[in-house]
Write a protein that binds this ligand. Structure first.
Ligand code: G3I
Ligand code: 9MR
Length: 583
């Protein structure tokens, strides 16, 4: 704990107009904490941690006040500069991922008047201003969806859609070579195939089938669960105004590419990339030869699941594509039955992303469930059951929960009440564990020290997706509150003080590991992307401000382990925001 002088702060609040303005007033010099070993989240950076984008009217509204002696907080309306709510701070708590710091919670959940506010606590500067309102995540949701447009391969981004981030087309991918690792009798090494469109995976220009799997699932689930929310949602992409919702137009860009990734025997290529990562160049300048690389069980099953799911969802809009995709899904399923244990091995001449996985039970279960829901063929449900897969928090190599989410959402009528009830109970049990972690955490986020791995922010967001399944099923507010906690964590209520989405919040990431954003000469990165987030792996060997998991984050191009962006990290945030907004 640091020492401070309440009198100095009180006087400065009386005499300085800035004190009540919502901007930070730091007219005192707190003494450094004896126990803090780090400058990140240290005293040069101490402030009240809020959701910088804002809070929804109903549900949890909490800010975190680190290292403070005060016991009370005030909520101040910016318009009148007067206090509208006084609350007690919680007792001081520590959170293992944030190191020895002690923080208190300022809980103003019961205050439900929309407007603009800031928080005041004696001994720390005022918080930044924030909004309380029901539409507070609407623009954010749309930007998170629009980010996929910014990562489209094989097309120019026109100014009318991309604004200052307009750019020439990159990677036509009409002359892609079959790598030796992907060769077959029908398509020997060196065969040229056309495999255009799709999204760049991340800050690199690769297109990876496995990582598309969970991304496409999560986006299509958002549409399948909240069709009304998406019906007239215009995010200003070239297809806006056609007869399909924009989210389906956007995902279609990737599905059209995926449909070209299947070999003639039904097996599916693992990825389409160059042999090495490009430098920090614009897409149009990444001109090295591209290859389809590897053919394996995981990409083939992910493909079967995605195409089966897409087939039922696009059926009302494009019956021809829907039929073709289902045929492709079934061919992929058949290939995987005959090749059920082929793991991807990175060839020695290839350096691009691995996305390797050695366990396929969850991918089998997921593909089986999607094929069942699309065809009604019970043998697929039997195949799902035979795998004996239990749900858990999803990630790209771990799709155990995906079949549960689809079956619970869509299984009514096709499954007995007992079958559905069992699936539902298992999914809710995962959410219950997440709620427990949320309630016990000083930052009110369901993240334990073990959850901080490469892409930790997506782990948090995926917990939010699971929580919203339980909320949809039960209507119990504890699940929604914990999901709101995840959103607040990602948007600034965290030890780094960053709102982790580009373009949103008072302190968003500016140096994401994203080639276009690094190379385009524009100060602001492409908006709407969720940064990977803190963890102490530090694989890129950049200079991090702290080794504590929740503080080991660097907003710099150098940090590809914490500050890259990818399609599978944006997707759970998109789902989470859609679920909250559609409620
Ligand atoms: O599987 C182990 C697990 O058993 C263990 O408990 C856990 C603890 O750290 O680690 C798990 O392995 C991690 C693996 O991801 C699976 O989650 C590795 O430590 C971690 O280093 C690995 O990170 C992956 C990273 O590539 C490096 O391979 C990220 O998940 C993955 O998102 C990222 O993907 C890259 C693509 O290759 C290329 N495109 C950009 C993309 C994002 O950075
Ligand atoms: O830029 C690459 C990023 O997209 C990947 O996620 C990351 C891990 O595979 O690798 C990055 O490329 C780095 C390479 O691995 C090592 N040299 C520095 C590259 C980034 O500048």
């Amino acid at each position: 704990m640091f020492k401070y002088s309440p009198i100095v702060i009180f006087l400065s609040c009386v005499f300085l107009t800035a004190c009540g303005s919502g901007s930070s007033s730091t007219d005192f010099t707190p003494l450094p904490a004896a126990s803090s070993s780090s400058s990140s989240g240290g005293f040069t950076n101490e402030k009240i941690k809020i959701n910088q984008v804002g809070y929804m009217v109903e549900g949890e509204k909490i800010a975190i006040v680190p290292n403070v002696g005060a016991t009370e907080f005030q909520l101040i309306a910016t318009a009148s500069d007067s206090s509208v709510f006084t609350g007690n701070l919680s007792s001081a708590m520590s959170w293992l991922p944030a190191g020895p710091e002690q923080s208190k919670q300022a809980d103003f959940s019961s205050f439900t008047q929309p407007g603009e506010y800031y928080l005041q606590v004696e001994g720390v500067g005022d918080s930044d201003t924030f909004v309380i309102g029901d539409d507070v995540y609407s623009a954010l949701h749309d930007a998170v969806l629009k980010a996929y447009y910014f990562n489209r391969a094989s097309t120019a981004l026109e100014e009318s859609y991309a604004g200052q981030w307009a750019r020439p087309a990159g990677h036509p991918d009409t002359e892609v070579r079959v790598h030796s690792s992907a060769a077959s009798t029908a398509r020997p090494e060196g065969t040229i195939i056309s495999s255009p469109k799709g999204w760049y995976d991340a800050g690199d220009f690769g297109k990876y089938t496995v990582n598309s799997g969970i991304s496409v699932f999560t986006m299509l689930a958002a549409y399948e669960h909240f069709p009304t929310f998406y019906a007239n949602r215009d995010v200003n992409i070239p297809e806006s105004g056609d007869d399909m919702p924009d989210i389906l137009d956007e995902v279609r860009w990737n599905l059209d590419w995926l449909a070209t990734m299947q070999d003639e025997d039904g097996g599916v290529y693992h990825k389409l990339t160059t042999l090495n990562f490009a430098g920090a160049v614009m897409p149009a300048d990444g001109t090295a030869q591209r290859y389809v690389i590897g053919k394996a069980t995981a990409p083939t099953l992910d493909f079967a699941a995605m195409m089966a799911m897409a087939s039922r969802i696009y059926q009302p809009f494009d019956a021809t594509a829907a039929a073709a995709w289902l045929e492709q899904a079934e061919a992929a399923w058949a290939w995987a039955q005959a090749n059920d244990n082929v793991s991807y091995q990175q060839p020695s001449d290839v350096q691009t992303g691995g996305y390797g996985d050695g366990f396929f039970g969850d991918e089998f279960a997921w593909a089986a469930a999607e094929l069942f829901l699309t065809t009604g063929d019970m043998s697929y449900f039997t195949a799902f059951n035979e795998r004996g897969i239990d749900p858990n928090v999803p990630g790209w190599p771990n799709v155990h929960a995906l079949p549960y989410i689809s079956l619970v959402a869509r299984g009514e009528g096709a499954l007995s009440n007992t079958e559905l009830g069992n699936l539902r109970t298992q999914l809710i049990a995962v959410a219950d564990g997440i709620v427990e972690d949320y309630q016990g955490s000083a930052y009110k986020v369901p993240m334990t020290n073990n959850d901080f791995y490469w892409g930790s922010n997506s782990g948090a967001a995926n917990k939010g997706v699971i929580l919203m399944q339980a909320y949809r099923e039960t209507g119990e507010s504890q699940y929604r509150d914990a999901a709101l906690g995840v959103v607040s964590y990602l948007l600034g209520r965290n030890p780094t003080d960053y709102s982790f989405v580009t373009g949103f919040g008072h302190k968003p990431p500016m140096g994401i590991h994203h080639r276009q954003s690094e190379a385009d000469g524009i100060a602001d990165p492409v908006p709407g992307f969720l940064a990977g987030g803190p963890h102490n792996g530090q694989q890129d060997e950049c200079n991090y401000p702290s080794d504590y998991n929740a503080k080991s984050y660097l907003d710099d191009w150098c940090s590809y382990s914490t500050n890259e962006v990818t399609i599978n990290w944006n997707a759970p945030l998109l789902y989470l925001l859609a679920a909250l907004l559609a409620d």
